[in-house]
Each structure stands twice: as C-alpha cells, then as structure tokens.
Design a protein around this ligand. Sequence first.
Ligand code: PGA
Length: 251
Amino acid sequence: MRTLIAGNWKMYKSASEVRAFCEELQKKKLSLSTDLAIFPQAVHLPIFADVLSTKPTKISWGPQNIFYKESGAFTGELSPLAAKELGATMAIVGHSERRQFFGETNRSAAERALGALAFGIQPIFCVGETLEERDANRTMEVINQQLAPIFDLSEEAISHFIIAYEPVWAIGTGKTATATQAQEVQAQIRKSVESHWGKENAANCRILYGGSVKPENAREILAQPDVNGALVGGASLEISSFLSIAAAANQ
Ligand code: PGA
C-alpha cells in the first residue's frame, strides 16, 4: 500500500500564498513513492485545479469538510459535486476541530463520509480520543463509537475509505503520540475494521496518523506497520517541511 502524506491547512494562507506554494510545488521534480494530498480552505481549491491539474507532480486535493447532499437549502455547506468540479478527489471528514467547535457528531461525520464516497471522493475519516478519555482507558471505546456508523458501508465503498487516527491531545500541541502509542492504537483500529469488513479489507485500509507530525518525528512514526501515512497540520504549511515528511516515508 502506498503511503499518503496529507496536509491539513486549516484556516491558514491567503490566495497569493496558496498560489505561490502550488507554483513552487509544480516546479519540483519529485521522485517520491508516496502519495501527496493537500486540504486548503475550500475557497482556494480552484487555485490547485488551476496550477496543478496538468502538471507532472501528482498531488491530490480536497476540502476540510464536505456535505452529503448534492444541492439544496443548506446555507454554508459545501456540495460534494461542487468540490468534485474543482478537482477534489479526497475530503477530510469529522476532524476533531469540527467535532469540538462546530457540533459535528459521530453520526453527522459518518453521513458526510458516505456522501463524499457517493460522489467518488475519498473521505479521510478522523477519529481520536481526548486526554481525559485516554487517561480513563477509554481510547478504543471512543474510537469504536466514532467508527460505528461507517461500518455498514458496502464492500465497494470500503476500498476507498481512509481513516486518520488523530489523538485530540496531540493536535497542534507539539505533543506527538510516540511511535509506539500510534502503532498500538492503529493496530487496534485495524482489528476493529477487520471484525466488520473482513481481513482483506482491513489489510488494505489506509490508516493515517495525525497530531504534531514533523520532519523530525515522521520517520519513526511512518515506519510503524499499521501507520500508512500522516495527516499533517502545522508542518504542511511550509513546502520544505511537507516534502521532508514525504521523504521520511521513503526511508
Ligand atoms: P498538527 O495538526 O499537525 O498541527 O498537530 C494535525 C491535524 O489537525 O490534522
């Protein structure tokens, strides 16, 4: 399975900064064996489509949130069809910041993921525990509750599904889970996936780690057998650190 290094830009960068990043990326001759993806603010997706569509650098892009209906009276939401028209092939779904600040629930996150899939957009479905939940030994209980609504997906849909394990206490805090902690949880996530979707689907399911991934810690984390890539926030904003993380996956 190819490693995926995905950059979550959150609510950062102006249009001109996005364009400068894309143009610099487009000029690079990369010989990476990893897949790359970037998730800018939705309003900046056209810049990716404009600069990177026909370029040798193979990179995917998509929104940080997505709705599950094609159109309708849903003020402030992003239609998967509109995202697709801008070249989006992936979307982040259920990020902990959406859950914490914008009332996203396990059920609504799962609906968004299914909606994205229906339009051929791969969801990166985020799960993870808070520090209190970890301290109370509830990590897997919480993650299994987050995953429960997606476990009735069809076989065809499953093969396009990506899971990101992002412990809430490690996001934007500089506190990374150790490689061992990430591996421990991700192995259990794969077991849960296996119990619902079968051995083969579980073996092929990409599970990313996210939470303060940086060039300095990427290699050890990405070397874990159940870590198939990274969802990177802060360190994806600079092209050099983003590409160093991608290079670390190749070592
Ligand atoms: P971080 O963010 O790398 O800045 O911790 C990760 C994320 O929120 O996806």
